[in-house]
Design a binder for this molecule. Structure first.
Ligand SMILES: O=C(O)[C@H]1NCC[C@@H]1O
Length: 351
């Protein structure tokens, strides 16, 4: 066996959303912030992201996180988030996976009943409170970056769907949000193909008609991800949503060939974007919980803890909570003679 790479990972999921955590095998990654480290990785080592997320080592629903030393002296650890078509600045399910791995594998010391951490993400510092019992992280609550609505109730023209009313908001990623019922789309996971088809058409049209950039970091643009939402279905929940992550380019000439995957969790940044929209509409107040359900019926609990501003936008500071579980460890290798040096995708599963 000849190895040109060996990457060590801890396999984890947060309320169903898989979030692989790279704990070894990365090259030195330069940068004066985790955001700069992310930019370097995107420009100089994107083969690692592809190797981890594509077949035979990955699959369309997988996310991956590269643990890196923090740059901010206030942070305990840093991580770079990698998804199928982008490096998100922030991610709820991946923050929960990273926290669970850091503490349950001893990379950082676990204190029971509560461990408090500061993590540096490309979007900035995240305060984390991990409830721990008998060596298990039973709940991860993090204070997200400020969330805000950029567009409320905008009408866009979507080929194949006609006029669609959308909101566009930041929750750590830029989301386009649309109510599922007027579109005639069921949010049940079994309807995933239709959800992806409609969501990708809306995302593409919104990115063309309502492009947005973050006021504090114009390099962060969107929307890049779609949140179809609906009323609560289960007792104790306040809403539900289906988040579609793209897994490949959208061809407006072939909307039926849209390639995307549902977040298996309720999506932390998507829930925060939804909360920002609800707050902007006076539907959710400071101190109020918002329990959001995803396609598996698992939930994240959001709460608005403060009001603030981001550039010209009124904003909220939300917390988001859920749980993660480790389900494996792995050493992934690359033979320099492997014909697939960056993995591969096939249209049957990748659209
Ligand atoms: O929970 C979240 O925010 C993440 N889940 C997959 C897509 C987002 O990054």
């Amino acid at each position: 066996m000849r190895l040109s790479r060996m990457i060590t990972t801890i396999e984890a999921h947060a309320e169903g959303e898989p979030g692989r955590v790279i704990t070894g095998g990365l090259p030195p990654i330069p940068g004066d912030s985790v955001f700069e480290k992310m930019q370097w990785m995107q420009a100089n080592a994107d083969d690692i992201r592809q190797l981890m997320l594509r077949e035979p080592r990955g699959h369309p629903a997988l996310c991956c996180n590269a643990l890196v030393p923090p740059c901010d002296p206030r942070a305990d650890a840093g991580f770079i988030i990698m998804e199928q078509t982008e490096y998100p600045p922030m991610s709820g399910s991946n923050t929960i996976c990273v926290t669970t791995v850091l503490l349950e594998t001893g990379i950082l010391p676990m204190r029971e009943p509560l461990t408090e951490l500061t993590l540096e993400t490309p979007a900035g510092l995240i305060g984390v409170r991990a409830t721990c019992e008998a060596g298990k992280v039973t709940r991860v609550e993090f204070r997200n970056v400020p969330a805000f609505a950029v567009h409320l109730g905008a009408v866009i023209e979507v080929p194949g769907l006609g006029p669609v009313t959308v909101d566009v908001a930041w929750g750590g990623m830029f989301y386009v949000l649309a109510e599922a019922a007027p579109l005639g789309v069921s949010l049940d996971g079994a309807n995933g193909t239709e959800i992806v088809r409609v969501s990708e058409a809306i995302r593409h049209a919104t990115a063309e008609q309502l492009p947005v950039a973050h006021p504090e970091n114009p390099a962060i643009t969107g929307p890049t991800i779609t949140n179809l939402w609906g009323p609560p279905q289960a007792p104790g929940t306040h809403g539900r949503g289906a988040i579609t992550l793209s897994t490949g380019p959208f061809d407006p000439a072939r909307p039926d060939r849209a390639s995307g995957i549902l977040d298996r969790s309720p999506c932390g940044t998507g829930t925060c974007a939804k909360m920002a929209v609800m707050h902007a509409r006076g539907q959710l107040e400071v101190g109020q919980d918002y329990v959001n359900a995803g396609p598996l019926g698992t939930t994240f609990t959001g709460r608005i803890i403060e009001e603030t501003r981001v550039g010209p936008h009124p904003a909220i500071i939300p917390t988001l909570a859920g749980q993660g579980w480790i389900h494996g460890t792995a050493n992934w290798t690359l033979d320099p003679g492997d014909p697939f040096q960056t993995g591969y995708t096939v249209g049957d599963m990748w659209g």
